[in-house]
Design a protein around this ligand. Structure first.
Ligand code: NBG
Length: 802
């Protein structure tokens, strides 16, 4: 079915073509004879961008005219990926644009592939922020996303001899056609210095300053009905270039202010689960937060005068603790700069602020040494102490060990909690654990403050755009409109009984698998059969996500196949994707092991096409869009209690890939929706895992009891996968035997058995197709539209402006 342009029904390919040619000439400065892919892509981007202006301006005007309450989403990460295709589809312009490009001899696919992937995030947390921006635009929820315009996004990954090598990402080397620089929206951000008393009031006299300058990118929702702004801050030197010093020959000193500015927005910290005590990171967090809050107050004050009314007009969401300095900074602005009394300012700030927790891993909960914190933000240190003593007085039952400042550290989780009117977890299980294990005391002091908001993903990008064959089948079967009303996928269920439907469903999946196979051949020079079972684990490499268990099980499977290669095995293609934080040595060893194992297995003539192990480098959003639609099996095998939610799991489900997984994060809710018969559940629960860890010999016992696992570890230890360096993995093997905190050994047999069950199910084509289709049909709950509606009513008290 053809997409229709949504704003302008008279728009034809010819009209669009004229625009493209006009941009090619006047914006890009090229003629058709000399234009390359880059030029054509730019011309197309500007043409599409033009069509976003009208809904964008209209949305802004409407928000102001109606004085509508708005959401400000503060996040250190926005993992947006490519924009061209997504925007074109949301505007209903895809078919017209494809035709217009074909008319000038260009393939729109090639142009789409030419766009750099904006990787301003590490993983789930950043991609969630991007899905939320799209859903807020789709739902007409007035919103600003506030982030940092990193010069280098997440590093680019290469493999050298199987090892991860990082190189800088340079997405801004080319013009980024979607953004508008707003030099007039600039704010001074201070650091360090001292606090003085002036007229009886504290004033902060920063020792260093930089200027935050806005860059706006419009985010358009489904059918172009609404568009919001993603405002990313860049930094520039506040002080003028010091000509005097320069003339004296003191070049380095003359450039100091520029260096600070440049450094601030240079890199995204490549780490999503371990916290690094870097002063620069704290400065980045404050830079983002202060710029956003100053912007929020400036906008508010253009047509209001009473700052006490702020919570009626803005909801500010802190995406994890990274912007948790928002509490003290908002208090500082309200008191020091606008003269409000402390207690009143605290009340106003708390009524505006909400905090989303994204992880229970203790190493990811930010804490700053009071020395560092007080040095970088001396005024905020005072305010934090004042918040803490206010809280202690207001809640006299507060146990002595609870508080923001403890053991000479500022604890950002506690700060964010105390300064928010709502705190949320990101899946039902995670939220329970936040209540019981992370903030039990604060939870009982503030009953009802912690609420659950199960994550979701945007079906426009992850189904409509990424999986055309399946999206087409869905529209043909239940009609248009499901894209913005994903519960309607349930209407597919009765059709699953129909063999004809199942056949087309299978054909759609196969089409995606053929495409992925072709890509794999081109990228990795390995050929795989599209009829094999595509078993995919793509996510950050972390011990708790247990890629190690997956590769150990792969070896066990390989061993079995080798012992009887002519038996009736289900051919498998094991696909891995993901980056490890550069400083995370164990994760990097796991990457190397996967690559080493792949080398051996992929060249084993005995197993041939029965088993392949693939690990394309530099996993990112665009690679996910390619892999998820082609996946048969979704690996969600984290140690129970460790994955807060997961969002990849939801994308696979939508695209008709059943999950093999543990009772962790949103898997629990996926299982509930799809039913046990359509999910391969295995492994310990969180309670069992905690109990198991009490036994110091638990992993040893598990290995002794499992012949397959013992054999696998033996093979690795003997250097079967690293013959040139047999003891390469001694430390890793030793870890599994003796320090297996993530319970790889203890869950291994259950996982191995579940994989056997997967093989049996896949061998029965009809059974498999039913399972796969059922996953799609029951995935409606995981639309981020549902999540955002729930935030709007339960956290933000914001209504749709549509
Ligand atoms: C991640 C969790 C995921 C979750 C995303 C989005 C961080 C700190 N946390 O399980 O690990 O899906 O957040 O909520 O990146």
């Amino acid at each position: 079915m053809l997409d229709r342009p949504v704003n302008d029904l008279s728009l034809t390919p010819n009209v669009l073509k004229a625009d493209i040619l006009r941009h090619l000439t006047f914006t890009i400065g090229k003629d058709t004879a000399s234009a390359g892919a880059y030029d054509w892509r730019m011309a197309l981007c500007y043409t599409i961008r033009d069509r976003i202006m009208e809904p964008w301006f209209a949305s802004t005007r409407r928000t102001w005219a109606e004085d509508h309450k708005r959401v400000c989403y503060l996040s250190m990460e926005f993992l947006i990926g490519r924009i061209l295709e997504d925007a074109t589809i949301n505007l209903g312009l895809y078919d017209i644009a494809a035709e217009a490009m074909a008319d000038v001899g260009q393939d729109i696919h090639d142009l789409i592939e030419d766009e750099p992937d904006a990787a301003l995030g590490n993983g789930g947390l950043g991609r969630l922020a991007a899905c939320f921006m799209e859903s807020m635009a789709t739902l007409g929820c007035p919103a600003y996303g506030y982030g940092i315009r990193y010069e280098h996004g997440l590093f680019r990954q290469r493999f050298e001899g199987g090892r991860q090598v990082e190189t800088p990402e340079d997405w801004l080397n080319q013009t980024h056609p979607w953004e508008f620089a707003r030099p007039e929206s600039a704010y001074t951000i201070g650091f360090k210095g001292e606090v003085a008393i002036r007229d009886g009031r504290e004033v902060w006299l920063p020792g260093e300053t930089v200027t935050a300058q806005a860059h706006d990118t419009p985010v358009v929702g489904w059918h172009g009905k609404w568009a919001n702004t993603l405002r990313l801050w860049g930094a520039r030197a506040t002080t003028q270039f010091d000509l005097e010093r320069f003339n004296r020959g003191d070049y380095a000193a003359a450039a100091e202010p520029e260096t600070l500015a440049r450094t601030l927005c240079r890199v995204l910290y490549p780490d999503d689960t371990t916290y690094q005590g870097k002063e620069l990171r704290l400065k980045q967090e404050f830079f983002l937060t202060s710029a956003a809050l100053q912007d929020i107050l400036r906008r508010f004050l253009t047509d209001h005068s009473d700052l006490r009314a702020l919570p009626k007009h803005v909801a500010i969401q802190m995406n994890d603790t990274h912007p948790a300095i928002a509490g003290p900074e908002l208090i500082r602005l309200l008191t020091d700069e606008h003269g409000m009394a402390f207690d009143e300012a605290l009340g106003v700030a708390r009524a505006c602020l909400g905090y989303t927790n994204h992880t229970l891993l203790p190493e990811a909960l930010e804490r700053w040494a009071t020395f560092t914190f007080g040095n970088v933000l001396p005024r905020h240190m005072q305010i934090v102490e004042r918040i803490d003593s206010w809280h202690r007085r207001a809640y006299p039952n507060r146990p002595h060990f609870v508080g923001i400042v403890k053991h000479q550290e500022v604890r950002m989780g506690e700060l964010a909690f105390i300064m928010s009117h709502k705190v949320n977890g990101v899946s039902a299980l995670h939220t329970d654990l936040v209540k019981q294990t992370l903030f039990p005391e604060l939870n009982s002091l503030h009953p009802g403050r912690i609420v659950n908001q199960t994550n979701g993903v945007t079906p426009r990008r992850w189904l409509k755009m990424a999986n055309r064959p399946l999206a087409g089948l869905i529209t043909d079967t239940i009609g248009a409109g499901w894209e913005a009303d994903l519960d309607r996928l349930r209407e597919l269920e009765p059709h699953i009984e129909d063999a004809g439907f199942r056949k087309i469903f299978g054909a759609a999946k196969r089409e995606n698998k053929v495409e992925l196979s072709n890509w794999i051949r081109a990228e990795l020079d390995v050929s795989v059969s599209p009829d094999a079972l595509f078993d995919v684990q793509i996510k950050r490499i972390h011990e708790y996500k247990r890629q190690l268990m997956n590769i150990l099980e792969t070896i066990a499977h390989w061993h079995k196949v080798r012992s009887d290669p002519t038996a009736n095995w289900v051919p498998r293609v094991k696909i891995f994707g993901g980056k490890a934080a550069p400083g995370y040595a164990v994760a990097k060893e796991i990457i190397r092991l996967i690559n080493d194992v792949g080398q051996v297995i992929n060249n084993d003539p005995l197993t041939g096409d029965l088993l392949k192990v693939l690990y394309p480098a530099n996993y990112n959003v665009s690679m996910a869009e390619r892999m998820i639609p082609a996946a048969d099996l979704s690996e969600q095998i984290s140690t129970a209690g460790k994955e807060a939610s997961g969002t990849g799991n939801m994308k696979f489900m939508m695209n008709g890939a059943p999950t093999i997984g543990t009772l962790d994060g949103a898997n629990v809710e996926i299982l509930q929706e799809v039913g046990a018969e359509n999910f391969f559940l295995f492994g310990m629960t969180n309670e069992q895992a905690m109990k198991r860890r009490e036994d110091p010999d638990q992993s040893k016992k598990a290995i002794e009891a499992s012949q397959p696992l013992k054999d696998v570890l033996q093979m690795i230890a003997e250097g079967r996968f690293s013959p040139e360096e047999p003891d390469r993995y001694h430390a890793l093997v030793h870890r599994v035997w003796h320090h297996d905190y993530f319970l790889v050994a203890a869950d291994f047999d259950a996982y191995h058995a579940a994989q056997g069950e997967v093989d049996r199910a896949y061998a029965d084509r009809d059974r498999w197709l039913r399972m796969a289709a059922m996953n799609t049909a029951r995935s409606g709950f995981f639309s981020s539209d549902r999540t955002i509606k729930s935030y709007m009513s339960e956290v933000w008290s914001v209504t749709s402006a549509l």
